[in-house]
Ligand binder design. Structure first.
Ligand code: G3I
Length: 464
């Protein structure tokens, strides 16, 4: 019954546009799969999340492939079919044939679709590779506009820009013909995508951004923080999460997920595969996502090992013969652990209508007193630097404002903070609320964070 409702809701959502578009995009993440607890999609849905797979159009005629796809997954990402070389092979001539095959299959099964990808330095058609300057900028923006408009209302989330940062320790943008059109090319792409499809969530997507201490992770983080502060329309960050011996899963992955989420964006694990598919690592990734309310979905980059771009690493959840691997069992168990939780929502909270008549006495002219609070700090330290996450929890009364002080050991200094105002940078540092997190309901928690140099040690915080 519930699944039938979800399927109906999804179909209805697909028809919505305009003001209902945000709600529609959320509904499109909801599933249309079989019974809860027995498949990846249904179990993820019970946790308010989706579980997706990258899909290749030319495999949709393979019955063994589609049997697993339809049974297990409630989201799909076209693996190559929405890339620029596929959708605009000649300038101004668009081809959506293969992408449509995947989108139509997904819609017929009640699955949501992640669009991948509108602007990227790679898999550009020849005509685009040969362009530069303002002509390329215009061509890129036209591509974003045309493709996002064509799929308007059908895409839950777009990877608007893919892989724009360099590997290594520079923290710089990757050199590319797009980057050479000007540093603002990324935000220009996001603005064009928002204008074309206001209902789709707009993501920045990259790889090797899983380890919180890596320069590339920090660089993407700083860009997203900057975008949020300047009103650039970004809704989500995609962590590709291709884990292997050279780029392994690390235990600070959860810090990365929660740190991005604390910026006010959703976080999606967009291309998950793990060399040799160790069950414990797959389990850890799922547990990390479930621990972060705004981590709202996981996509594996292929279905069977034979479908993987790295098939020699056997990195997926199904054998080439279509059998469930130990990693599959671990993922399903992790998704099912702890019972069901309501879906996290990114929509503004709605206030229920009052059940009693409004009071006739005038409202008090002084603001209600601010209650007490507690604060806890968790630190991620690396040689020479650290990031701290602070959780401020209201006591039995709601807070209208809050302030915490944290005393750093000598030699440690704060370099930047987010979701809080800061005074001081060493010794005793005081953090106070910003506008959007001043109100904290009784027993509720907000988070802020700061980055610093030196060694933080064990930090504690006072709260008032
Ligand atoms: O379809 C042609 C086939 O006709 C031809 O015979 C054959 C010869 O090489 O090539 C086939 O196309 C290949 C295509 O995959 C489909 O299999 C391309 O050469 C090959 O380059 C392409 O690789 C894709 C790769 O992106 C290209 O960058 C992978 O499938 C795809 O999984 C991979 O996906 C990327 C994400 O988009 C971004 N993140 C990293 C991820 C893995 O590289």
């Amino acid at each position: 019954m519930r699944n039938a409702k979800w399927r109906a809701a999804t179909k209805a959502a697909l028809a919505l546009t305009g003001a209902a578009a945000l709600a529609a995009s959320m509904a499109m993440f909801l599933p249309g799969t079989a019974s809860a607890g027995t498949t990846l999609g249904a179990s993820a849905a019970e946790k308010g999340r989706y579980f997706g797979a990258a899909v290749a159009a030319n495999r949709l005629s393979d019955g063994a492939y589609t049997t697993i796809l339809n049974r297990e997954f409630n989201s799909v990402t076209p693996e190559n079919e929405m890339k620029i070389d596929a959708t605009e092979p000649q300038q101004g001539q668009f081809n959506f044939t293969n992408a449509d095959r995947i989108v139509n299959h997904a819609r017929s099964q009640g699955m949501s679709v992640r669009g991948h990808t509108l602007a990227w330095h790679s898999q550009q058609p020849g005509w685009m590779q040969n362009m530069s300057g303002s002509a390329l900028r215009q061509a890129m923006l036209n591509h974003v506009t045309q493709v996002a408009t064509y799929y308007r209302g059908k895409i839950a989330a777009w990877d608007v820009v893919n892989e724009a940062f360099a590997d290594g320790s520079s923290g710089a943008r990757r050199d590319s013909n797009l980057q050479r059109t000007g540093n603002d090319w990324i935000e220009a792409a996001f603005r064009a995508a928002r204008a074309a499809d206001p209902g789709a969530k707009l993501c920045y997507n990259d790889y090797n951004t899983d380890n919180w201490t890596h320069a590339k992770t920090q660089a993407v983080y700083n860009m997203v923080r900057d975008f949020k502060s300047r009103g650039v329309p970004i809704d989500c960050v995609g962590l590709q999460s291709h884990f292997n011996n050279d780029s392994p899963y690390v235990s600070n992955y959860r810090t990365t997920l929660s740190s991005f989420a604390a910026l006010g964006v959703d976080v999606q694990i967009t291309e998950l595969d793990i060399q040799n598919a160790p069950a414990n690592t797959y389990r850890a990734v799922v547990e990390d996502c479930l621990a972060v309310p705004r981590c709202n979905g996981i996509t594996v980059w292929g279905i069977r090992d034979s479908d993987s771009w790295r098939s020699e690493q056997s990195p997926l959840l199904f054998t080439s013969g279509g059998a469930k691997k130990a990693a599959y069992d671990a993922v399903l168990a992790a998704l099912n652990a702890g019972g069901t939780t309501p879906p996290p929502t990114t929509a503004p909270p709605t206030t229920p209508p009052p059940t009693t008549a409004p009071p006739t006495t005038p409202p008090p002219t002084t603001p209600p007193p601010t209650g007490s609070c507690t604060a806890t700090v968790s630190v991620n330290q690396w040689p020479g630097g650290f990031v701290a996450n602070v959780r401020v929890t209201a006591g039995s009364s709601a807070l209208n404002s809050w302030a915490t002080t944290i005393t750093l050991p000598s030699g440690a200094a704060v370099t930047n903070a987010w979701s809080a105002n800061r005074s001081g940078n060493s010794g005793t540092v005081r953090f106070t609320n910003v506008d959007y997190n001043s109100q904290v309901g009784a027993g509720q928690t907000i988070e802020f964070g700061f980055q610093g140099t030196g060694t933080a040690g064990n930090l504690s915080a006072t709260c008032a």
